[in-house]
Structure formats: structure tokens, C-alpha cells
Design a protein around this ligand. Structure first.
Ligand SMILES: [Zn+2]
Length: 261
């Protein structure tokens, strides 16, 4: 599932390829289940407009039009954006295709019928309505501590609660906890101030490093967990075996030696 680094890479892709170009046409392919606004509403608000800016909040991104409306996007389990040109083969599973008047195209692609596209007045209103917490990359330690002050229970579940701190999902939470040498079931409320500070720092370092590597886990530094995240692989630190466990039904990878419960 696309997490904060992936969505930031999509946002940069849209900024690079779709900004300030006039939208001449919007096509929909079997898009019913990803549209939270009707086709008519999306077309009415976007056709003839330009995307003049963008924003991101956790795993959600937003494109602004010159008419001050915003297109909110969420990518479900496998969604992404892809720029292409007239004459190229249309990318498979393009659910919505924005055509620009210079023959460039931007596809919103989703293989599974999950994801969300919606016209909204502004990102702040959308965040409130959809209970999206502060952004994991763009928050101070003070904001981070305040957002999580009443949370209890396993730390992995706390980090993945999008209504408090948004953007961290199943994959990057494993990396963050590996680097902090914390077991995913460690009780969040038992962290002291120093551990909390260190956690905040590590979250932002991991997110930024992932963005710098185009959100390709296998391209992360070799001392990170993610390039080795498979049961039976060696832990890059202690060389012990990485183990797979389940937390809320999600495959979670730990080094039992480095991350003792
Ligand atoms: Zn280890």
C-alpha cells in the first residue's frame, strides 16, 4: 500500500509533468469505485483548468486548480500516477486519464478497484472530514507528542493510526521500529521522553531517506531492514535471522535479537 514516501514521489511526479498545463479532456475507465465525487463533478471542476499547485497529508495528495478547487487523491492498495504522451500505449489499469492540451497525459492507475478521487474545497477541510492526523514528515516533536499523548497499546498499531500521525503504514513502521530496536508489540505508553524524541527523529529520517530513494525499499541503505525484509534473511546488524510475525493480520518483520519484547 502506498505510504507517505510513495505518495510524496507521486506528488513530485505530478508537479514535474502536469503542472500549469491546460486540462483538455478527462476519460474514465471502469472508474466507478474509485470516484468519491461524480464524473460530472470532477469534469466540471477540472476541465479547462490547470493544476497550479499540490499538497500532501500523510498518504493523501491534493492538486489545486487555478479556480481554487482541489482534487484529493488516495491510492488504495496498489494505486499510483503515471505520466505518458499521446502515441504511447495507454498504461494498463488507467482508471482516470487527464489529457493536457500539449499531448501529455497523466493516468491515475489502480489495479485493484480501490482508491479515492474527490473534489474538495481545500486540504484542511478534507483532512478534518476524513480524520487525517498530522503529517509524519512535517511535524515538530511537540506536535508529535501532543498528537499521541493518549495512545496506548502496541507501538506498531499506534504508529499506523492515521487519525493521529498520518503517512506510516505496514512497511515503513517495520523499518522505524527496527532502527529504534523496539519490538512492534512494545507498549507505546511505556516509552519515556528520550525514546519518544528518538522515535520522532527516526520517523522523519526514514521517510526522507525513502523519498530520496524514490520510495524503492530495495534501494535503501544496506544497514536498513527493508532491503532484507524477508523471513530467514540475515539481520544487517547482528546477522541473526529475520522473523515474520502477524500483527492485526499484517505481515510484520522483526529481528528477535535486536528488537526484544
Ligand atoms: Zn538483529
Amino acid at each position: 500500500m502506498p505510504e507517505l514516501p510513495d505518495v510524496e514521489v507521486f506528488r513530485q511526479h505530478a508537479e514535474k509533468h502536469a503542472k500549469n498545463k491546460k486540462i483538455s479532456e478527462i476519460r474514465y475507465n471502469d472508474a466507478g469505485r474509485v470516484l468519491k465525487s461524480s464524473k460530472q463533478k470532477i469534469s466540471r471542476n477540472l476541465k479547462g483548468q490547470k493544476f497550479t499547485g499540490s499538497a500532501r497529508a500523510g498518504k493523501h495528495m491534493f492538486l489545486k486548480t487555478d479556480d481554487d478547487k482541489w482534487l484529493a487523491m488516495h491510492f488504495g492498495m496498489t494505486g499510483f500516477l503515471k505520466h505518458w504522451k499521446k502515441g504511447d500505449d495507454e498504461p494498463e489499469y488507467s482508471k482516470v486519464i487527464f489529457s493536457f492540451d500539449d499531448d501529455h497525459r497523466l493516468s491515475y492507475i489502480s489495479k485493484r478497484k480501490l482508491g479515492e478521487l474527490e473534489i474538495t474545497d481545500n486540504p484542511e477541510a478534507y483532512k478534518k472530514e476524513n480524520h487525517i492526523g498530522i503529517d509524519a514528515l512535517d511535524c515538530s516533536f511537540k506536535e508529535f507528542k501532543e498528537a499521541l499523548k493518549d495512545k496506548q497499546g502496541g507501538i506498531k498499531n499506534v504508529l499506523m493510526d492515521q487519525s493521529k500521525v498520518s503517512g506510516i503504514g505496514n512497511i515503513y513502521s517495520d523499518e522505524i521500529l527496527y532502527q529504534e530496536k523496539l519490538h512492534p508489540k512494545h507498549k507505546f505508553e511505556k516509552l519515556d521522553e528520550k525514546q519518544l524524541k528518538s522515535l520522532h527523529k527516526t520517523i522523519q529520517r526514514v521517510m526522507q531517506t525513502a523519498i530520496d530513494n524514490k520510495a524503492q525499499p530495495s534501494d535503501l541503505p544496506d544497514h536498513y531492514l527493508l532491503p532484507h525484509r524477508e523471513e530467514g534473511n540475515n539481520c544487517p546488524d547482528c546477522k541473526g535471522k529475520i522473523k515474520k510475525i502477524k500483527i492485526n493480520g499484517r505481515g510484520t518483520y522483526v529481528c528477535p535479537k535486536c528488537q526484544k519484547l
